[in-house]
Design a protein around this ligand. Structure first.
Ligand code: SF4
Length: 264
């Protein structure tokens, strides 16, 4: 069985507990305007042309993003970091793109990780079928679940898909008993007002199993990639929320009993 990935990050400390090795799956059904990895969105390897200056001469270089890997061989390669994972209570994280966009490969890697006693984290948009969501809950140890907007029309405009499926799957995930952290990308110009965040807080308060929320302030880090990979950049109206506003938002969620972190 093969999986298409576009990167592997070793010694990652923000993708779950401890030291982790993070595998970035290629392909995502969403197209969020603030995405830091626009090269991850289309499925399968892609060729891009970029300008490079060599010896004072402007040349065109072909860059391939994404590669197919055999799942079992990849798992053996990831396990080479085992000593760091074990010593730090870390593990393997599956990110993207959207890992559930290649469900069979993801399930196989989660199953092999469990057999080998390796802690797993899955970072998901939640835009998948209920059956796939239930299976990922069953096979993984921690789920990072993105929540972007409670307003479905707005969600569709800024991500390309409505939010109903995502909200329903989040209810399922919270009830599954698997540890889940909801991650909210907070983007000034999209969702940093009370009218956006209070409905999110109210929805999350209604979920029984949910204990933790991460607030992820928007940064324009990935914008240079849009030019590099010939993608349309729609982030001109976005800003990083002020520290004061982020502190207020953190308070909003922690006052409701959630363990709330900024970043994460
Ligand atoms: S869900 Fe994540 S990977 Fe997919 S487009 Fe949005 S930000 Fe990018």
């Amino acid at each position: 069985m093969k999986v298409c990935i576009f990167d592997i990050k070793r010694f990652a400390i923000h993708d779950g507990p401890g030291i982790r090795t993070t595998v970035f799956f290629k392909g995502c059904p969403l197209e969020c305007w603030w995405c830091h990895n626009p090269e991850s969105i289309s499925a399968g390897p892609e060729l891009f042309t970029e300008d490079v200056i060599f010896d004072g001469v402007l040349l065109e270089k072909q860059v391939e993003v994404g590669r197919w890997e055999d799942v079992d061989i990849l798992m053996n390669e990831l396990e080479r970091d085992r000593v760091f994972m074990d010593e730090s209570n870390g593990g393997i994280s599956f990110s993207g793109g959207e890992p559930l966009h290649q469900p069979d490969a993801l399930f196989r890697m989660l199953k092999l990780s469990r057999e080998r006693n390796i802690h797993t984290t899955v970072d998901t948009s939640g835009y998948t079928t209920p059956e796939r969501m239930e299976k990922v809950c069953e096979l993984s140890d921690l789920i990072y679940y993105d929540l972007k907007s409670m307003n479905s029309e707005k969600h569709k405009t800024y991500t390309g898909v409505p939010n109903r499926k995502i909200l329903e799957n989040l209810e399922r995930t919270a009830e599954s008993g698997t540890e889940v952290v909801v991650r909210i990308p907070v983007v000034s110009g999209f969702n940093d007002l009370d009218q956006d965040l209070v409905p999110m807080r109210d929805f999350l308060r209604g979920l029984n199993g949910l204990k933790a929320v991460d607030i992820l302030p928007y940064h324009p880090f990935g914008t240079h990639k849009y030019k590099r990979f010939n993608k349309e950049n729609k982030q001109n109206g976005f800003k990083t929320p002020s520290e004061k506003r982020i502190a207020e938002i953190k308070q909003l969620f922690s006052d409701s009993g959630f363990r709330t972190r900024v970043g994460g």
